[in-house]
Design a protein. Sequence first.
Length: 287
Amino acid sequence: MARIAYVNGRYTPLSEAQVHVEDRGFQFADGVYEYWSVLGGKLADAEGHLDRLERSLSELRIQEPMSRAALLGVLRETVRRNRVREGSIYLQVTRGAARRDHPFPPPGVRPTVVAIARPADFSSMEAKARHGVAVLTQPDIRWGRCDIKTVGLLPNILAKQAAREAGANEAWLVDADGFVTEGSSTNAWIVDAEGRLRTRDLGANILRGITRKTLMALAAELQMTVLETPFTVAEAMSAKEAFFTAASAFITPVVKIDSVIIGDGHPGPISLRLRSLYFQRARKDAL
Ligand code: PMP
């Protein structure tokens, strides 16, 4: 079946889908994105990602391309036309196409909107999570507004590539003081000796992960303590458990950081339990 993309009001075969060569997303990374997992044909954490999209657009003063309801309609229709039951949907909104010039374009230039849905094999992801994955630490060389989900991901890409070349699944970014900020495309967590969850606070220069937020609500219901306090690489290496969260990875246990094995080298019980509970919750609440 031919895949279908949504581009500026039209559903088009993916192979023919195009944006302008002077799109500001292409020329300046002047755009934002969101990514939802699709579970049972529905969007996981739908509202949370829409909230963050609106915030990203507002922080960059990019016009909202349509109402929230209309946007959700586009996302669902793209999922439907691609017959995705298990997979993802990616949405990108840029400041639009205009003659290349650094300042914002004149009023009237419409944002570019693209949505792409893709099926995924969650069972192979599940198998990977059952074994746990390795992460590689890398210096965090990103700009100062990582709370905005922009398409300017070059430092993240370089870190992820370094991880993959080292045989690791993800890169954990480390700030100038030696504290882990987050992953290249995930939020970083540890379980400390007292069984408390720890992850970086939102005052830091990190993305406000939606999976992170849902997990926090889940942890509160389970009466688990969550500390939003920075941890060093050494603390992570000696933690009981480690894992990362993202819409694309759910909750993925980490069993190795650089060359150091975490715990007994197998995913910890807390990480696995949270992963399974997150799935149940996300599936039930999907829109
Ligand atoms: N941090 C970064 C840098 C990311 O790119 C992502 C995924 N987009 C996350 C964290 C996780 O966020 P979410 O749970 O909203 O997918």
